[in-house]
Design a protein around this ligand. Structure first.
Ligand code: FCB
Length: 408
């Protein structure tokens, strides 16, 4: 059996603006970092705002041919309705740096962060949120000439899960995020509730995101010739004995509303890291194992193929681009092993007939992981004082896979 991938298969790495650029001072995340106890600050991040040229060169020299990065809405529109020509030109320069290096740019228009003014005006639940986003997307389209792959949003389903948890928190009498009845819960019940913090997403919120995505998609289609889709966090969830009903409930609100919302898109971004069981009470904690990742999840490279099969089924055959897959580990050998196994599984799905267009590893650089610097997902280490980049063996390994377009 050969492990060659289809001709023209994209091989690359993914990043997100807030995690690598530094000093995104007008975003809601920046504001949150300043006031949330226990959160590390993003600060200068990896200074990729200035060093993107070096990042793209390292990726291309290693043998990779595509780079996913995001535009920062809060830089482009720091004040409502006031668009910065200079920032749009900045993102155009990143696109050009890719094209000049023979690297296919994959652009995410919104990766978790929004401008602080947008958040203060009610965020995604504000009645005019879709119009505001569409207006920004129209401006972003002015610098997308020659870009073939555009994702409107990153993981709207995680954003929906956060909104659902926040809503519950506001509704609860004592200000805690669990239901008031949990006051009488045992320690074990509390622990389970805390692990299930982001387990659910209200399907109504999901449907709202689908409408916003479809409006943005129409703008991208009108103004560019890019393929357009969005990227979805895949839980690769399975039922423990007795958990079938709960699995269906969780998976619908948290994922399937979004996969269904991809129908009619040109591609869907699949993002998978681990797999988890659901029993009658909700998510089952990841079993303790020395192989667990730095973010506490199980070592499950098979989650990628599981996620791809599920996406293919629920979208009804929308072409798949792997926009994220990787592992938080200090052990780069483990990263290589994980990626190799994940790619073997991905290859199986292609053999089964799934239309997979490419694989973008999360992530190019050790970066700011949403409140924490500790989890290292990168193919390249970054010194946070000097910003010196040091490629890890996994970068060369993945570059070799890309050059061969096959696993060894
Ligand atoms: C995904 C996010 C990405 C990063 C990885 C580890 O959920 O899209 O920004 O945090 O997980």
């Amino acid at each position: 059996m050969t492990t060659a991938f289809p001709n023209g298969f994209l091989w690359g790495a993914s990043t997100a603006g807030h995690q690598i650029e530094g000093n995104n001072v007008n975003s809601d995340w920046w504001a949150r970092e300043q006031v949330t106890p226990g959160m590390d600050l993003s600060g200068d991040a990896c200074d990729s705002y200035h060093r993107y040229g070096e990042d793209i060169a390292l990726l291309a020299e290693a043998g990779l041919d595509s780079y996913r990065f995001s535009f920062e809405w809060s830089r482009i529109e720091p004040i409502e309705g006031r668009f910065s020509r200079a920032e749009l030109a900045h993102y155009r320069r990143i696109v050009d740096a890719c094209l000049e290096a023979g690297v296919t740019p994959v652009v995410t228009l919104q990766h978790f962060t929004t401008p602080q003014w947008f958040a203060e005006a009610g965020g995604w639940s504000a009645p005019d949120a879709s119009d505001k986003f569409a207006r920004y997307v129209a401006e972003a389209c002015t610098v997308l000439d020659g870009v073939e792959w555009v994702a409107t949003m990153n993981e709207p389903n995680m954003q929906a899960a956060i909104m659902t948890a926040m809503k519950r928190m506001q509704q609860s009498a004592d200000g805690s995020w669990t239901s008031p009845t949990v006051e009488h819960a045992t320690d074990e019940e509390r622990q389970r509730a805390s692990r299930n913090f982001l387990a659910n997403a209200d399907p109504e919120i999901g449907r709202m995101f689908v409408r916003i995505h479809h409006a943005a998609r129409a703008v991208v289609r009108e103004k560019t010739s890019a393929k357009v889709g969005w990227t979805i966090a895949a839980g690769a969830l399975t039922a423990a004995p007795g958990g079938e009903e709960k699995l269906a409930e969780i998976r619908y609100g948290k994922e399937d509303v979004f996969w269904e919302g991809s129908r009619g898109d040109d591609f869907v971004g699949v993002q998978a890291y681990s797999s988890q069981e659901v029993d009658a009470h909700g998510l089952v904690p990841h079993p303790v194992s020395p192989d667990n990742t730095l973010v506490g999840t199980a070592y499950r490279p098979d989650s990628l193929a599981m996620a791809v099969r599920h996406a293919w089924e629920v979208t009804g055959g929308v072409p798949v681009l792997i926009t994220e897959n990787g592992i938080a580990t200090k052990d780069d050998e483990q990263r290589i092993r994980y990626t190799d196994e994940a790619l073997q599984g991905l290859h199986d799905t292609i053999e089964e007939g799934v239309d997979v267009r490419g694989y973008l590893h999360w992530t190019l650089l050790d970066n700011y992981e949403w409140g924490h610097w500790e989890p290292t997902f990168g193919l390249i280490a970054v010194d946070r004082e000097t910003f010196v980049r040091t490629p890890k063996p996994s970068l060369g390994w993945l570059g070799d896979v890309a050059r061969r377009n096959a696993l060894a």
